[in-house]
Design a protein around this ligand. Structure first.
Ligand SMILES: [Zn+2]
Length: 169
């Protein structure tokens, strides 16, 4: 089932999501629905708060077009180490059509649970590391525009306001 994507400036995007206490059927179904919603958008990552679910859940797929799909589901993800710094362009399904250069750690070590309830720790770099940092931010109510200079952030906010009035956002 495709879910409705919550868009900025909706306040629910600012809430801190709760950890998943039990990996039950409801959570597994929510992860499946999130994946369907992400592919349908299309996007490379989606966090539960973006579809109005206040749980620490992320789905992502950074495979290139033409490559086999590589869906990753993260439950209660946590970034435990950050290395280096790298600038890269980011967009967000909750701010459709808006993009900006964002500074992120180049490499991270993260901990999460997979859909079988298995906890693991892994290193990630490049695009995967960027997407995980972007999506984990969503779980804490943080958006990529928060990482920009106030000048750039205000520019995007103004443009969105205008687009809402024009009905193309
Ligand atoms: Zn996003």
């Amino acid at each position: 089932m495709t879910l409705n994507i919550v868009k900025f400036p909706d306040k629910t995007l600012r809430n801190k999501a709760k950890p998943v206490a039990e990996l039950d059927e409801t959570v597994l179904k929510q992860l499946d629905d999130m994946a369907e919603t992400m592919y349908n958008a299309p996007g490379v990552g989606l966090a539960a708060p973006q579809v109005g679910i206040s749980k620490r859940l992320i789905v992502m797929d950074v495979s290139s077009e033409g490559e086999p799909k590589k869906l990753i589901k993260l439950i209660n993800p946590e970034i435990i180490e950050y290395y280096g710094e790298e600038s890269g362009e980011e967009g967000c399904l909750s701010l459709p059509g808006e993009y900006a250069e964002v500074k992120r750690a180049e490499k991270i070590i993260y901990r999460a649970m997979d859909e079988n309830g298995q906890e693991y720790e892994e290193e990630a770099s490049g695009l995967i590391a960027r997407v995980i940092q972007h999506e984990v931010d969503h779980l804490d109510g943080v958006l990529f525009i928060d990482k920009l200079s106030s000048l750039k952030r205000d520019m995007i906010k103004k443009r969105i306001k205008k687009r809402i009035i024009q009905g193309d956002y």
